[in-house]
Design a protein around this ligand. Structure first.
Ligand SMILES: NC(=O)c1ccc[n+]([C@@H]2O[C@H](COP(=O)([O-])OP(=O)(O)OC[C@H]3O[C@@H](n4cnc5c(N)ncnc54)[C@H](O)[C@@H]3O)[C@@H](O)[C@H]2O)c1
Length: 397
């Protein structure tokens, strides 16, 4: 191979890298003596903190952090696991999921190749099973595990929602308390705040009252309130997030955007509830993951953070956009009777996480929606396999 560098340049490179190695060793010594923090070292060396953490983990100075991701086989959880594996090579990720109909372990195939990833099948309401994991030492828990399909909660399955979203969250809080787990992030929804009128100039903030209108939202609110109570009573290190509607890869086709996409791809009608003017605030799932990452590392215990991308859209607009981008006729839109308890509009302010922790979304709806549609277009088999596994899900939409 041709040598592009002169001998002097090679010498210079060698001496610079040995000077850097010497500096790192000196800083590592100071770190070992607790005289300097990883953030300060990153600043001195002008290197990303994660890189320093990785070097120090390899040197045996920093223990690998173990993050227990509950519900990691679902939509947001699997995106979050990829986010962590990509960004934190010094972290070990345990995906703990009971694998309900909504889970798709196939989403994690690429992660399975990573030695930092491990899957354990289990229910978040199973204290004994969680105890076995907690005994091994866990640095943080991020809880995505929940029953999430509003339609199911409305059509007779509310008890499952109470089990996972309330009893499950309570069980995790007990584990965090009894095993002194240093951090617990509970992932929740903007739906706990209830609805806002289309014309109203009003948003929900972190201290807005909970006014859930469907069993799903009520069960999430129950879990979130339990988090608050455990912080107030036992000072459990818990943080709660409320995010708006997510879209992106790996979402179960029972949810609005993938449902519309796969119906449109098959030239089938798009069922739009009521007058189609129900408004949701849409966020790209990887922006949500980035926000959770920031909250996990910098959030204050006992605090609540709203997460949203300031991108409110009526359902009919989503339907039209999908048909337009797929080159399908608008005549596929089919208005169907509204779902009971269907909230008119969600609108939350994400000002706090921006002002206090410096998180802002980096994808616009206009840029991330076409990417999302493309992902589903290229993964039609993925959708077909879900449909084969569970034909029933269409009954709850
Ligand atoms: N999808 C959204 O738009 C959205 C928006 C805001 C907040 N959230 C919240 O984010 C979290 C994740 O949502 P999602 O859309 O990825 O959900 P999802 O339905 O795709 O995945 C949920 C996962 O949790 C698992 N699970 C359910 N009950 C469990 C239990 N008892 N024990 C262990 N695992 C269990 C399921 O098997 C599944 O893998 C939920 O808590 C939801 O309330 C979702």
């Amino acid at each position: 191979m041709q040598d592009y560098f002169s001998q002097e340049e090679n010498e210079l490179k060698k001496s610079l890298s040995s000077a850097l190695a010497e500096k790192i060793n000196l800083l590592a010594k100071l770190y070992g003596e607790k005289k300097i923090t990883l953030d300060e070292i990153a600043l001195i060396l002008g290197i990303d903190r994660n890189e320093i953490e990785l070097i120090f983990t390899q040197k045996g100075l920093v223990k690998k952090k173990k993050i227990l991701v509950c519900g990691g086989a679902g939509f947001i959880g699997s995106n979050f696991i990829y986010h962590l594996l990509e960004k934190y090579p010094s972290y070990e990720i345990i995906n703990y999921d009971v694998l309900t109909y909504a889970a798709n372990i196939e989403n994690l195939r690429a992660a399975e190749k990573n030695p930092n990833y491990k899957f354990i099948k289990g229910d978040i309401a199973d204290y004994e099973k969680l105890e076995e994991i907690a005994k091994e030492g866990i640095n943080a828990i991020v809880n995505f595990a929940a029953e999430t399909a509003v339609g199911r909660s409305v059509h007779g399955k509310a008890a499952d929602f109470i089990h996972s979203n309330v009893v499950g969250t309570h069980t995790l809080l007990e584990i965090v308390k009894n095993f002194k787990i240093p951090r617990f992030v509970q992932i929740s929804t903007d739906e706990v705040y209830g609805t806002v009128g289309l014309e109203e100039d009003r948003q929900f903030f972190e201290d807005s009252p909970f006014l859930p209108n469907v069993p799903y939202a009520a069960a999430k609110a129950g879990g979130d309130l339990m988090c608050r109570a455990y912080y107030e009573t036992y000072k459990v290190p818990v943080i709660v997030t409320h995010c708006s509607n997510n879209y992106g890869p790996y979402q179960h086709p029972e949810k609005l955007i993938p449902h519309f996409i796969f119906r449109a791809l098959g030239n089938k009608s798009l069922p739009v509830h009521g007058d189609g003017r129900h408004v949701r605030d849409w966020i790209y799932v990887r922006d949500h993951c980035e926000a959770i990452d920031v909250i996990l590392h910098k959030g204050e215990f006992g605090e609540v953070y709203n997460i949203a991308a300031d991108s409110e859209k009526p359902t009919i607009e989503i339907a039209r956009l999908i048909l337009n981008l797929l080159g399908k006729s608008a005549s596929l839109i089919n208005y169907v009777p509204d779902r009971p308890g269907n909230d008119r509009r969600y609108s939350i302010s994400a000002g706090k996480v921006g002002n206090e922790l410096g998180w802002f979304p980096s994808h616009t709806f206009e840029e991330a929606m076409p990417k999302t549609i493309e992902w589903y277009q290229h993964n039609v088999d993925w959708i077909e396999r879900i449909k084969e596994k569970d034909e029933e899900f269409v009954n709850y939409i």
